[in-house]
Design a protein around this ligand. Structure first.
Ligand code: HEC
Length: 542
């Protein structure tokens, strides 16, 4: 016999009587309603007041026990539960009103109230049943039965060899350990490993997989098996290395002839690798490659506002977006308006010298593909930077001449992918930068003391036809001058930096010569070392 120390021990038991109690008012109130209908059409005697009282009491008991039951752990708050509870309470209150009206002899009102009570009680019961039996419990038997899904044979460890497949296992391994450098983002050694075609095509050194070659001699596995201090070892020594099971997986796959569709057997005793998969798409916001291309109309609307936008490389859907040309007019609102439709695609973003504030970093922080961010010369502060913390792909960050302070160091230490940081004149003390260098030995931290950075930073700001006045709105004379510059013949036919077609709006006057460029970024590259690019021009002429 369970012990009962006090009456309050019985409260949870009362709660659990809910499934029993709730049926009483249902039977009672529906019965009463039937009696009253019968009586109204003159056939049956009216119900006794006692039964009405009983109906009200049981309705109250059902509601109260339900509330107690809800207190037990394990109930997931949901819309259905909420509706059930509210309607249940309404039913109890209505039932009480019914009783009072009856007791005071207000027969007509009592009958209406009874009808209303039953009307409220029916959905209460419906939502309750939905919670217990699941949605659509009632009508389910009427629905067409679907073909049972074919059962997938699960590879069993005990009987027979362990099976693996390219789709399920090899791809995951490449994603986790190789594609960072051999995929959409980077194509090191000319090799992509993110599709069967790319793997077969191979890289600069020839095919990565060859028919009829022993697994260990295939470039792919050969490199993984080289000693880790060998320069050709893959993945490079500072990266996560494959484990034993992963190497065996690739060996078995190559041994089977590198099948892309069929399953293959692992060596006896070998186990499927537990490859740490990339975080699911829902976490990073998109797959390694943004799935579709951005509609041209969206890009055109950006170009209309003089924002430079182009794929990060040929064939990629990822975007490089540069606000250099309209920089002085660019504020948080404009950034939000233009970038919200393309957040999933931006890999390289320059907001240098724009009017943006910490507000824009909220949006930037959720750009899943972002790898490079240039905020130089903006009013961004440490608070803004903190929003970028834990960004999975941000590799290069330019915060020179921003409004940070020493507290920024802790945020900067929480950028797992960071490789290169430009932090010249960003408000950090020399000690803070020193501390940062000690904490992030792998990151190249350019604080103006590494040689050419100072030159890059103090370089004369290039003037674009479309960006003539850096701060104030262009004066008419300036606009006219810019237009004139765009009309002038250029000394070059194709962009000196990229080799692409030149766009007159980016013409630049340098030492009395008009030089054409394809985009607003190339002039900057040019100005960093004009002689080098001019020499290129001469050699191609001669
Ligand atoms: C951190 C970047 C990085 C990662 C990760 C990486 N590689 Fe590489 N890989 C490179 C670089 C850089 C080269 C070009 C230099 C060279 O040939 O050594 C290269 C070249 C190769 C080549 C030769 C391509 C050719 O045709 O010249 C193969 C094969 C290769 N990697 C396989 C792999 C495999 C397999 C993995 C995963 C287990 C991997 N790599 C992971 C950076 C990486």
């Amino acid at each position: 016999m369970p012990e009962i120390d006090s009456l309050s021990d019985l409260i949870p038991v009362f709660g659990r009587m809910h499934p029993l109690l709730l049926h009483l008012p249902i039977g009672m109130l529906v019965g009463l309603a039937l009696l009253e209908i019968g009586n109204a059409i003159g056939r049956k005697p009216a119900a006794s007041t006692f039964l009405v009282f009983f109906g009200a009491v049981t309705a109250a008991a059902a509601a109260a026990s339900g509330l107690v039951l809800h207190e037990e752990p394990g109930y997931v708050e949901s819309r259905v539960l909420e509706l059930h509870e509210q309607l249940g309470l309404a039913t109890a209150v209505c039932a009480l009103v019914v009783f009072l009206l009856r007791a005071f002899g207000a027969t007509t009102m009592y009958r209406w109230a009874l009808l209303i009570t039953v009307g409220v009680m029916i959905p209460t019961g419906h939502f309750g049943a939905e919670m217990v039996h699941g949605k659509n419990f009632l009508l389910e038997p009427l629905e067409q039965e679907e073909e049972p899904a074919p059962t997938v044979p699960t590879p069993s460890v005990e009987d027979g060899p362990t099976l693996a497949s390219y789709e399920q296992h090899v791809v995951r391994f490449f994603q986790a350990k190789c594609n960072e450098c051999h995929g959409d983002r980077k194509v090191k050694g000319g090799l992509r490993m993110d599709s069967p075609e790319a793997l077969l095509a191979g890289g600069d050194g020839g095919p990565a997989i060859e028919e009829g070659v022993a697994p260990e001699d295939q470039e792919l596995l050969y490199r993984m098996l080289l000693p880790i201090d060998d320069d050709d070892h893959m993945p490079p020594d500072h990266k996560a290395q494959p484990n034993e099971a992963e190497i065996e997986l690739i060996r078995a796959w190559l041994l089977a002839g590198a099948p892309f569709d069929a399953e293959f057997e692992l060596a006896e005793g070998a186990e499927l690798p537990v490859t740490e998969a990339e975080p699911p798409a829902s976490e990073t916001g998109a797959q390694a490659q943004a799935p579709r291309a951005v509609p041209e109309a969206v890009l055109d609307s950006m170009r209309e506002r003089l924002v430079h936008v182009q794929p990060v490389r040929e064939g990629s859907n990822l975007l490089w977006v540069d606000f250099a040309a309209p920089a002085s007019q660019v504020d948080d609102a404009m950034v939000r308006e233009l970038l919200t439709p393309v957040v999933d695609w931006i890999a390289d973003l320059s907001l240098a010298r724009t009017q943006v504030t910490d507000t824009s970093l909220e949006l930037i922080a959720v750009m899943p593909q972002l790898e490079r961010l240039d905020l130089r010369g903006t009013a961004v502060t440490t608070a803004g930077l903190q929003q970028l913390v834990d960004h999975p792909h941000l590799r290069e960050l330019v915060v020179s001449r921003t409004k940070l302070d020493d507290a920024a160091t802790s945020a900067l230490q929480r950028l797992p992918a960071l490789e290169h940081l430009w932090i010249w004149d960003a408000g950090l003390s020399a000690e803070a930068i020193e501390g940062l260098r000690a904490a992030l030995p792998e990151v190249v931290i350019d604080a103006g003391d590494l040689g050419d950075s100072a030159m890059l930073e103090t370089e004369e700001k290039p003037e674009f036809t479309s960006d003539a006045p850096p701060v104030d709105a262009p004066s008419e004379a300036e606009i006219a001058a810019a237009e004139a510059l765009a009309q002038k013949p250029t000394i070059n036919q194709v962009c000196l930096v990229s080799g692409k077609e030149i766009d007159p709006q980016f013409n630049l006057e340098h030492n009395g010569q008009v030089i054409g460029f394809c985009c607003p970024n190339c002039p900057k590259t040019f100005l960093a070392d004009p002689d080098k690019f001019l020499a290129k021009l001469e050699s191609s002429d001669g």
